[in-house]
Design a protein around this ligand. Sequence first.
Ligand SMILES: Nc1ncnc2c1ncn2[C@@H]1O[C@H](COP(=O)(O)OP(=O)(O)OP(=O)(O)O)[C@@H](O)[C@H]1O
Ligand SMILES: [Mg+2]
Length: 361
Amino acid sequence: MSGLSLKNVSKHFGMLEVIHDLSLDIADGEFAVFLGPSGCGKSTLLRMVAGLEPLSGGEIHIGGKRIDALAPGDRGVAMVFQHYALYPHMTVRQNVAFGLRNIGTKSDEIARKIAAAAGTLEIAHLLDRKPAQLSGGQRQRVAIARAIVKQPDIFLFDEPLSNLDAALRSRTRIELARLHHRLRATMVFVTHDQVEAMTMATRIVVMNQGRIEQVGAPMEIYLQPATRFVASFIGSPAMNFLAATPTGDANGRIMVRLADGTTVATAIPAAALPASGPFTLGVRAEHVLPGAGSPARVDVVERLGERTLVHALANDGSTIVYDEPGDVAPAIGDHIQLTIDPAHVHLFDAAGRAYHADRIA
Ligand SMILES: Nc1ncnc2c1ncn2[C@@H]1O[C@H](COP(=O)(O)OP(=O)(O)OP(=O)(O)O)[C@@H](O)[C@H]1O
Ligand SMILES: [Mg+2]
């Protein structure tokens, strides 16, 4: 049992409040990804779990045992840092062995563990090199190997892939997912990269300014973002946001008018919404359908290979992005017509809270 429990954890540096009364339970064996913009407190939170930063308030429990007053080495965690933190004067083998020697592990057992980890991470041929003789991706794998041999209850990863090139990053993502499946260990991974979060997490924790915005499975967060912040942070291209004015309801579903005069009969229950206030309609590119509907003009075309993103200007000058198959691309300046799929729109109130269509079971 090695679940992680954060109970009312807070952190301030002097007057600066960085983590605000944060509580969360991560179950044994989960791959939890903390996702949020730079400066939102991800590393601080991870460092508090690892014992590298004292808490200002609250408690941290691992496997039901309170650990926030224990020394880092007694917490059963292993952390992989963004910048690897390998000892430059030691070989890869010595780097990986270092933590084990410190706790008095026998030489033959160290050798066995290193061989196993080196096999998993394909670094067996690098064991006698120094870190300076490795590429960034190889150093990264050494840092992960060093964590694996400790057999921690919980792995803590602080943006470990951000220094890798795109191809290696996606390969390492797959390796980590495989590793998690094989070890069945609890993993906590922080990143500002939504693709890493979507692809690896069993649960995503979206953070903003030291607070949790939403916790959920990747597709839950994608399909039912709890706030406008979450909606704007997840999904590429970013969700379209358009000012919307309620005009009444049809069969209990809210109808709104957009700034260009288009009326959208949404699938969102009218009763769920606040009585008044400015609303913003949110719709993803794949739910804006070209062919018929309101007039718009093509402004920018981005060809991505498998699909084409088209940035169009509505009559009122607002931008709306939709997608086409990769082999379709209108020309800049083309006059087109667009329809927003009413079943897939979200509404956000003035405070950024989201309202969705009823979930289809
Ligand atoms: N030792 C420190 N002293 C004062 N302020 C700090 C300290 N460490 C972090 N901070 C501040 O705390 C906030 C959170 O920092 P943190 O490093 O946790 O962010 P992060 O989410 O990991 O960001 P990034 O994605 O850029 O790594 C930031 O505003 C940062 O400036
Ligand atoms: Mg950080």
